[in-house]
Design a binder for this molecule. Structure first.
Ligand code: PLP
Length: 456
């Protein structure tokens, strides 16, 4: 579709879409190529955050378009009460072949929140089938995000997102966030901090009574609320130990950090642990299809199959053949073009560029992340780590300044739970090269200046 025809489809200034962040100057996306998106005016934006860590292959990839067309010529939808499909079977096999440990069964969803809902219900049904019916408590971390549907929102520890809906939410328990920049004591090693914060899980399980606890759900590398935060060394080994000791299921939410973003396909490969359930979305379909997945072990699957015989759950679009074919092609492409090597190479470039450009910036307190999943945390004072005044609304000013520069970065912001400041996440597509990284960092630099100017 040409930019002209999009422009003429409706009168200028009219929008009947319920936009989450209503603005009357929102640009209309009209096309994309590689790491770039074009709007209807022809303006070009570099997608420095892959939307929200989604478009790992960039935009307009011809191989994905071909794969989608091929699948449309066969079948786009066949309800899973009646049929399986070749792309769903092939994608599930690819995922279970590549997943570490005994993750052997894939339940497909349409996105991240749905993957988390399925994970929570799977955990509960597992214990019901085992006769451990008192196990229902969900433990997660403060300042975590697991999605916006009611179950996923209840599991998350982000007060800002939960606040209005509190009466509708399941009661869940939060252990402290992993947030070394603000929470690690100066006298502590990274390992000691990781141990201390992991031990909070054991304390929470003991407070609730292990017989009541169903699962611990956690982002392997945190992303959506306090910027990208990798786990401290030894943290997940200790978490696994605690979960095993009390028979609590470990659900790793890799909706944002999974499918290659941190340099390995699954982020938890770098932690050397096994998971009971893993949730995926975003990078699975790389933005070309609305698809997620909840992967689990033979033990959990068999318990359900040999118990009641079926998972008491389901959505119309589970295992959607067109979505599965699209995700399958995306994942084949990542493997065939060895894009994870490029993620690791460009991650090193991005980290170095961010450090050299912003390492001494008076308003950048921390630069952190793993792989092509990096964040800056903004402060008003580097010494005291005091956040910027939330009334300045720096994150939204940075988003606007980025767009004006032709950059998508993903600012998150304002003081969350009174304990952090504004952030910007950079998560460029896996296909970027050195000059794309340079363009992202140059534009970010100018956008930060403009936003600080506007914020003062
Ligand atoms: N889990 C995590 C870790 C996320 O970052 C997100 C979204 O940002 C979700 C779940 C929810 O995914 P979705 O927006 O696809 O429902």
């Amino acid at each position: 579709m040409s930019a002209g025809s999009v422009k003429n489809a409706r009168p200028a200034g009219r929008s009947d879409v319920f936009h989450r962040f209503p603005r009357n100057d929102m640009a209309t996306a009209a096309g994309g190529e590689g790491p770039y998106i074009f709007d209807t005016s022809g303006k070009r934006y570099i997608d420095g955050s892959s939307g929200a860590a989604v478009s790992s292959l960039g935009h307009g990839h011809p191989r994905i378009a071909e794969a989608m067309k091929r699948q449309i010529d066969h079948i786009t939808f066949a309800h899973t009460s009646f049929f399986t499909s070749e792309p769903a079977e092939e994608l599930a096999s690819l995922l279970t072949d590549l997943a570490p440990g005994d993750l052997s069964k894939v339940y497909f969803t349409s996105g991240g929140s749905e993957s988390v809902e399925a994970a929570l219900k799977l955990a509960r049904q597992y214990y019901v089938e085992k006769g451990e019916t008192s196990r229902h408590r969900i433990i997660s971390r403060a300042q975590s995000y697991h999605g916006n549907t009611l179950g996923a929102l209840a599991a998350g520890g982000n007060l800002w997102r939960r606040e209005a809906y509190t009466p509708l939410l399941l009661e869940t328990i939060q252990t402290p966030a992993v947030y070394p920049y603000r929470e690690k004591q100066d006298s502590e090693t990274d390992e000691a901090y990781g141990r201390r914060v992991a031990d909070e899980l054991e304390a929470a399980i003991l407070r609730e009574g292990p017989e009541n606890v169903m699962c611990f759900i956690v982002e392997t590398v945190a992303g959506a609320t306090i910027g990208t935060v990798p786990p401290p060394p030894g943290y997940f080994a200790r978490i696994r130990e605690i979960c095993d000791k009390y028979g609590v299921l470990l659900i790793l939410d890799e909706v944002m950090c999974g499918m290659g973003r941190t340099g390995t396909l699954f982020a938890f490969e770098q932690e050397n642990i096994a998971a009971d359930i893993v949730t995926l979305a975003k990078g699975l379909g790389a933005g070309y299809a609305s698809i997620g997945a909840t992967i689990t072990t033979t033990k959990i699957y068999d318990t359900i199959v040999s118990g009641s015989g079926f998972f008491q759950h389901g959505h119309t679009y589970t295992g959607h053949p067109l979505a599965c074919a699209t995700a399958l092609e995306a994942q084949k492409l990542i493997a065939e073009e060895d894009l994870l090597s490029n993620v690791r190479k460009q991650a090193a470039n991005l980290e170095a560029a961010l450090q050299s450009r912003f390492g001494q910036h008076p308003n950048v307190g921390d630069i952190r992340g793993r792989g092509l999943f990096q964040s800056l945390e903004f402060v008003s004072d580097r010494e005291s780590k005091a956040p910027l005044d939330p009334s300045l609304k720096f994150a939204s000013k940075l988003k606007a300044a980025g767009l004006a520069e032709g950059l998508l970065c993903y600012p998150m912001g304002g003081v969350i739970d009174g304990r952090s400041g504004d952030h910007a996440m950079l998560a460029p597509p896996f296909i970027v090269n050195e000059s794309h990284i340079e363009e992202i960092v140059d534009k970010l630099d100018r956008a930060i200046d403009a936003a600080l100017g506007a914020a003062r």
